[in-house]
Ligand binder design. Structure first.
Ligand SMILES: *Cc1c(COP(=O)(O)O)cnc(C)c1O
Length: 857
């Protein structure tokens, strides 16, 4: 029988145990093992049944058990101590509070993301983007950075994956009950649920309730459209993560961006929280937040659209995450027009101006689409990619937005991703190191990275323990999967011996878009079979990953892999584990000796799973893409050589797969099985120590968040404040100045260049450059006239260059001026130069901001 209604009855905790409620609802437990231990001691069996979910555990306790616990003075004092510890974590000053110049840092930062992967208990993520957002919030909390997260609460989250007998992916969408999740509903003072509403075309309204998750010190606001105030269609807007396409997706992004800003205002009104000074959008999905902030400023401060745009842009940070065009959201322009125009137009926010923000009005663009990444870049006073390589790739990908500038000048920088160590390092490993170090070292998070106090035997023993733990975990998952695929227990005897705790274990787990090449390892099945079944130096492979439900090709790749791993000659040595999620990931990374990654370079923006592996003493075996391109140093793992530039993709795969097999056989396996007389792989252990010592500090998300604070948030806050004073004078002036520059730019050019240098120029000589320029009605203060100089190629292209401003020295009639300077020739070889004019204003974040440049011809 089916129930027609459901709800969750909350447990009433005895007074002596009240603190358990906060301990269960603050998600810090997800990265704080002592808090988890406390819950586990209540009922170890039940703790297993509820899969380590404290709120579910409390909900499942019977009143008699609670009464007994409340009468247990020892337990009550443990609860008190855990609660005190949590409050110290929440209230004591941390890194951000001890900054040298706290008044220069933003008082609050809003972080928008379509998904957040914090714990498996809150399945609101699909992959790397969400996990990164979760790690960002957790590390911000550890550092005391005053962030507030904004996202959506999906009724079904992302799908659960299982397999048919034939290895085909099956998706199910278990419905989540928010009352059973570690969330609290935001309510008005009278107790009624608060509502955020967004106007829709046709006079409809999209309403949402706001749930909050406490991520340590960081509040996360999640909007949920499944509320009685909505019509049926509106209720379904947040039904699932990346569920529909087109209009459904647009509505989700409207709720996230526009509704998200309104949720922040609500949150400040009800809690007194400071309003964010900086807005960070994690990928383009939340970009409409800029339109909403413009609307606010137009209606509350009487600014024009352009003036408000400047104020918004200065304080916005945009992070792009993908060089794969299919990863970028694009909507039909007409569709967006319906949502921001017609009967749904907002006063002071003309639809053409909104459309212009996402227009691909550049060379090679499609005039019929609205591009969310392009809008992100236009709104983002500061923008970045997620590794050095990805920053460079992004500059190439978006350079058409800044025509006339060199690719290296495209204003997209990079902040390399990181991972939250306390979430991803196995606690046995943390505990082992913590035993050996002072409390301060352990508490600072650096403790387990120093392995110098651990002997080779202990380190290898630890690796064995972690590998064995994974083998047990994988066997249980394999058995469950086969049962689910219809096998009877009698057929599954072999599963007890599948995988071995002694064999070199290679892991590969990630989403399955084509570019990640799940099946590259199958390129030469015989070769792989030989590696798996090698008589003395075998390898074993543990593989996992979900394909997007609409991606048939991805599902075929999974099927191909599952079929290979089903064949009886290899089935205990290569396994595919269904339903890759945070819980599986936490078991997988620590147990693997080697983490494999073989994307099609340069399509992996960063990748983070290999970072998590390295923190557990795993070694990376990867294509030089994303973060690995930056930090591979020859001793911390292996680089799979790429066949960059080979056009034929089959041939490229053949070449790269062959290189992979060679590496595994001749280097990875050879080294793993190379043992001294104590049975220890000494060289291998040296690589682990080197990895922990050198990569350990770099791959952590605390490093990443600190980089964001210093390179992005702090400058954005200062830029924002400069425009956001009383009356928004700064924003008004900047908008007026930009309008003037744009209107005059067609009159700006370099008319004539004179230069002088000795007959035989030598290093140390000066090149005197003088340029006569026309500026129309602009003044010399409005522009910078620059010499661009450096090395030239045979075709006279400046291959690497610097710039030097010229100083105005004379003015003539009709807006003409002379500028001049000496350029020092400081290196020998072919030298070239040119002159150009760019707009100049102290409020510009980069010289390319207006996309205007007048190059000499
Ligand atoms: C870390 C992680 C990812 C992202 O890994 P990539 O290396 O970026 O592909 C995806 N899913 C889960 C569950 C993770 O823990």
């Amino acid at each position: 029988m089916r129930a027609i209604r459901r709800f969750t009855v909350r447990t009433l905790l005895p007074v002596a145990l009240e603190d358990l409620d906060e301990l269960a609802h603050n998600l810090r437990w997800s990265w704080h093992a002592p808090t988890r231990d406390l819950f586990a001691t209540i009922d170890p069996t039940l703790w297993q049944t509820v899969q380590g979910d404290p709120a579910a555990l409390l909900g499942a306790l019977r009143p008699e058990r609670l009464a007994a616990l409340a009468a247990d003075v020892d337990f009550v004092s443990l609860v008190r101590a855990a609660s005190d510890d949590l409050h110290r974590y929440l209230n004591d000053p941390r890194w951000y509070q001890s900054a040298a110049d706290p008044e220069d840092l933003p008082a609050a930062i809003a972080y928008f993301s379509p998904e957040f992967g914090i714990t498996s208990v809150l399945p609101q993520y699909s992959g790397g983007l969400g996990i990164l957002a979760g790690d960002h919030l957790k590390s911000a909390s550890d550092l005391g950075v005053p962030i507030v997260g904004v996202g959506l609460l999906y009724g079904a989250g992302y799908f659960k994956q299982s397999l048919t007998r034939d290895g085909w992916q099956v998706e199910t969408y278990p419905v989540l009950d928010p009352d059973g999740l570690p969330l609290k509903l935001v309510r008005e003072e009278d107790g009624a649920p608060s509502i955020v509403s967004v106007e829709l075309p046709g006079g409809r309204t999209l309403n949402a309730r706001v749930w909050t998750a406490a991520v340590g010190r960081v509040p996360l606001l999640l909007l949920d459209s499944n509320v009685p105030e909505n019509d049926d269609a509106a209720r379904k807007v947040t039904d699932r993560l990346y569920g529909g396409g087109g209009e459904h997706r647009l509505q989700q992004e409207l709720l996230l961006g526009v509704g998200g800003v309104r949720a922040l205002r609500l949150w400040s009104r009800l809690t007194g929280a400071l309003e964010p000074e900086v807005y960070h959008t994690n990928e383009g999905h939340a970009g409409f937040l800029g339109v909403e902030r413009i609307r606010e400023l137009v209606s509350s401060a009487g600014l024009t659209f352009e003036e408000a745009f400047e104020a918004v842009r200065a304080a916005t940070v945009f992070t792009t995450h993908t060089p794969v065009p299919a990863g970028i959201d694009r909507f039909g322009r007409d569709l967006v027009a319906r949502y921001f125009g017609g009967d749904n137009a907002r006063v002071g926010v003309p639809v053409e101006k909104v459309l212009a923000l996402g227009a691909e009005d550049y060379d090679g663009g499609d005039p019929t689409v609205f591009n969310m990444a392009v809008m992100g870049l236009r709104f983002g006073g500061r923008a970045n990619g997620v590794s050095l390589l990805h920053g460079a790739v992004s500059r190439g990908m978006f350079r058409a937005l800044w025509p006339g500038f060199d690719e290296s000048e495209v204003p997209i920088s990079s902040v390399t991703n990181g991972v939250h160590a306390p979430t991803w390092v196995d606690r046995r490993f943390i505990d082992l190191a913590a035993e050996r170090f002072t409390h301060a070292e352990a508490a600072s998070g650096a403790g387990w990275l120093r392995t110098d106090a651990i002997t080779d035997e202990e380190l290898w023993d630890m690796r064995h323990t972690l590998r064995s733990q994974l083998v047990r975990n994988a066997r249980a998952r394999l058995r469950a999967s086969w049962r689910q695929r219809g096998a009877s227990p009698a057929e599954l005897g072999w599963v007890d011996d599948a995988l071995s705790p002694e064999v070199l274990t290679i892991g590969f787990a990630r989403r399955v878009p084509t570019y990640k090449r799940l099946t590259l390892m199958l390129r030469d099945p015989d070769r792989l079979r030989d590696l798996l079944t090698h008589p003395t130096r075998p390898i074993q492979l543990i593989i996992a990953g979900k394909s997007h439900p609409a991606d048939e090709q991805g599902k075929r790749l999974i099927q191909q892999l599952v079929r290979f791993s089903d064949s009886s000659d290899v089935r205990g040595r290569i396994v595919f584990l269904p339903n890759y999620d945070i819980a599986m990931a936490q078991a997988l990374y620590p147990g693997c000796d080697v983490w494999l990654n073989n994307p099609l370079r340069p399509l992996e923006a960063s990748g983070t799973s290999g970072m998590k592996s390295s923190l557990n003493g795993g070694l990376n075996l990867s294509i030089l893409d994303g973060w690995w391109d930056e930090w591979f140093d020859g001793e911390n793992g292996w680089a799979i050589p790429t066949a960059d530039g080979v056009e034929d993709s089959d041939r490229r795969d053949d070449l790269e797969a062959a290189a992979l097999y060679d590496l595994i056989e001749n280097q990875v396996a050879a080294r793993f099985y190379d043992r001294d007389d104590r049975g220890l792989p000494v060289t291998w252990l040296g690589m682990i120590r080197h990895t922990l010592a050198t990569l350990g500090p770099k791959v952590q998300a605390t490093r990443m968040v600190a980089d964001y604070v210093q390179q992005m948030y702090a400058p954005a806050a200062l830029a924002g404040r400069a425009l956001d004073g009383p009356g928004f004078t700064g924003a008004r002036e900047l908008a007026e100045w930009k309008a003037k520059v744009r209107s005059q730019w067609s009159h700006v050019h370099v008319d004539h260049i004179e230069s002088g240098v000795g007959e035989v120029p030598q290093v140390g000589d000066a090149l005197h450059v003088r340029a006569i320029v026309s500026l129309g009605l602009l003044t010399p203060q409005d522009v910078e006239v620059q010499v661009v100089h450096g090395r030239v190629s045979e075709s006279d292209d400046l291959t690497s260059f610097g710039t030097q401003p010229l100083a105005v020295d004379e003015s003539y009639e009709n807006g003409r001026y002379s500028f001049g300077a000496d350029v020092l020739l400081d290196s020998s070889g072919p030298f070239g130069y040119t002159v150009r004019i760019v707009p100049r204003h102290p409020a510009l974040a980069s010289i390319a901001e207006l996309g205007l440049v007048a190059n000499a011809h």
